[in-house]
Design a protein around this ligand. Structure first.
Ligand code: ZN
Length: 242
């Protein structure tokens, strides 16, 4: 959910791009790099459009979730806390500098967005939704620490994955209200070796929802849709396995 205003001072968080490189094979943002010339107004409009689409999918009930797009000049457009994502207005979007503490009106979870942008120069958009299957399958797989995606054609919608045979790991973390610690745990996990696997461009918070990102809003949306579709297929397979 959108949470109360955080005590976290984002500016004090370590910022390390090289330190986030994965010794596994991270799903690369591949073809494109973020559009550094995207105006903040265009980024905000992209957030508004994405909010409407995700809300219509039932992924953002009761003002939950948060959405952001990187703009020019080191800023992002990101949803304000507690607003209905299905009918976003421009005043519901914050103009957040990446090198400054969270603005008043920010969701606590905005810190997770900022950490991703800081650690990954190739990320241009981050979408967090409270989809049903990410929340439920997250709880079922939190001990294991990931959901394995393998054998699915839809995997190829993830940048850098070229075959259904690839082992794609969607990390799962225990939910927490301590966003500072959670952010560090997530960042640390990306540098740990996972042999013969590709890390998905996203992660799941158990009993909570999913984060997905991409080089721009279009790719982030494609990744979000693909991951939700994959979780649907995993869920169906699991149900038919009993
Ligand atoms: Zn949330």
């Amino acid at each position: 959910m959108d949470m109360q205003k955080p005590s976290l001072d984002y500016a004090q968080l370590p910022i390390s791009i090289s330190g986030f490189q994965c010794s596994t094979k991270p799903a690369r943002m591949n073809e494109t790099v973020p559009d550094r010339s995207l105006t903040w107004a265009d980024a905000a409009q992209s957030v508004i459009t994405t909010g409407r689409r995700a809300y219509q999918r039932g992924w953002l009930p009761a003002t939950s979730g948060n959405l952001s797009v990187r703009a020019e000049n080191g800023e992002i457009a990101i949803t304000r806390t507690g607003v209905d994502k299905g009918s976003l207005l421009l005043l519901d979007i914050l103009r957040q500098p990446l090198d400054q503490a969270l603005l008043p009106g920010s969701s606590a979870e905005a810190a997770l967005h900022l950490r991703l942008y800081a650690d990954h120069a190739d990320i241009g958009a981050v979408f967090h939704v409270h989809s049903l299957l990410s929340s439920v399958l997250g709880r079922l797989n939190v001990t294991q620490g990931h959901i394995l995606l393998q054998g699915w054609e839809m995997q190829k919608a993830l940048a850098g994955v070229v075959t259904h045979e690839s082992r794609v790991l969607l990390p799962v973390f225990a939910n927490s209200q301590d966003i500072h610690t959670l952010s560090s745990v997530i960042a640390k996990s990306r540098v740990q070796a996972v042999p013969d696997a590709v890390l998905a461009p996203g992660y799941v918070l158990a009993g909570h929802g999913i984060y997905a990102w991409g080089s721009d809003a279009a790719q982030a949306w494609r990744h979000l849709e693909a991951l939700d579709s994959l979780l649907t297929q995993v869920s169906a397979l699991t149900a038919h396995s009993y």
